[in-house]
Design a protein around this ligand. Sequence first.
Ligand code: FE2
Length: 576
Amino acid sequence: MNPSQKIIEDMFNKGFLVNQDLLKDANQTLLDKIECEEDLLVLNEDYVNVLVQQTSLVDWYDLDQYRVDVEKKRDDDLYQAHLQNFKENNPSFNSSLGVQKQQISNLKVEISKTLENSFNTTLSVPSESLTSEDSSSSLSLASEPLIALASPLDNLCSPQRVEIVISYQNIPHKYEVSDFTTLFLSRYRFLENLLRHRSECQNVLTIGRLLSKKEKETVTVIGLVEEINETQKGNLALTVEDPTGRIKIFFSKENPELFHQAKDLVFDEVIGISGKLGDKIIFAENIIWPDLPVNQLKKSDQEEYIIFLSDVHLGSNLFLKEEFNKFLSWIKGKVGNEQQREIAHKVKYIVIAGDLVDGVGIYPTQAEELEINEISAQYEQFCNLIKEIPLDKQIIICPGNHDAVHLAEPQSSFDKTFAPGLFKLPNVTLVTNPAIVNVGKSASFSGFNVLLYHGYSFDYYVANVESIRNNGGYHRADLIMKFLLKRRHLAPSFKSTPYFPAHKEDPLLVKIIPDFFVSGHIHYSNISNYKGITLVCGSCWQGKTSFQEKLGHEPEPARVPIVNLKTREIKVLKFI
Ligand SMILES: [Fe+2]
């Protein structure tokens, strides 16, 4: 029996009558795919093409209806459009799925002794020994238009050591409902594709197909969370939707472990759920999040350091001038013991994750707390300080919610009208919020991908996610950042941040797996590690505002997380 005959016989046993012509390019991968598609009733050439190029869940039942219409000479366009739909949107992201082989040891935290009274090192986090797959394999450019905003003079200071991987270009147009639909569909398709590759999500069915099933069997769906309700008896009832329909999901409090996980679900996140099918309801047994694979902790071949600042808030009368000047003196190598000066000299990258200035009219009583009440003057003062930083250090800056750009995310980079000085600093790279830059690349090293996100959405998750709120809230940026990475999105709930809906793909998806995820906004520095990614939240350079007082928010200013890129050891320097 030749291979084609063998395939024909195998397919016949599975209920398909296959034409020999159809199998000219058949291979085991295709056969495995066919086997996973339990709704597939017919196998024609179009369907084989869809299976080969498939990037999202296909409702074969729906597609069959359109094919039947074609055969009845009704609507070929609709059929072709649907075929195309399942084949296009090939994600540029080349995920390193299925890499979860490496166990990460718990972070060991040591309190080190005070080194000198000019500043203190408060915390050190030793690097971990990891030897899993190189996360750089997952790097590729997003399909969004990217802009290189770096000053052309950058290369004079440190040639090609900072590369912009993603920085968005927001082109405004008249927005329609379809812009938002596109955004959600692109989110759903990307996350669905990730989830479908998970072993727990084999045999996923579309909701439309599932609703017509009568049998009470175990099923798996991938849906976007549309509604979350608590029943009278204290159980949890969700509604999830996919492009074919919506279905209720029931989480019983009798299963405390699952119920506890379900309590953290938020609106608009995309999850996989498996459970027993009832009448238009699934009794949940498992939740599957898109999450990240474990990544290798990359190490540079050169002894260089990167430091992280955020929330300088220049212009506020609570701006900590003295402490910031102490930081500047250190980075210039003018204070500190010999070791501290040597480290300052080896700092080659400075990331500032937004809120350079306090802005004007940001919160109700701000005017009373401003020392400089004109936005351009605030930026001018900021630039005067930043230009003291030696030129051998590359500074990468994204905006935050206090900066003079629109609040909708992705926030555009800075505006020359308000902050012309920023564009004159030869060692400054300006990017959008969020953005990804690559630093420290050399002939023998691929560099580190740094994801910058100011963190405006963090407030929503502190307020709405029980496990974050009850475990330290604003003092635990690491919990928020892990929560977001697990969902592969910087603001999964639509309400958690204003959107700039001018992009074909949801720009807040975490498509490229970074080496560093850097944020600010909550004025309380925190460092952690999640699956080989270093999570860093910058501190602030502003005392407690009346607004923070009202919110019960306790900032911890003048801390600077610093990472040795050769060892990945992290410390937090204290300038107060
Ligand atoms: Fe902020």
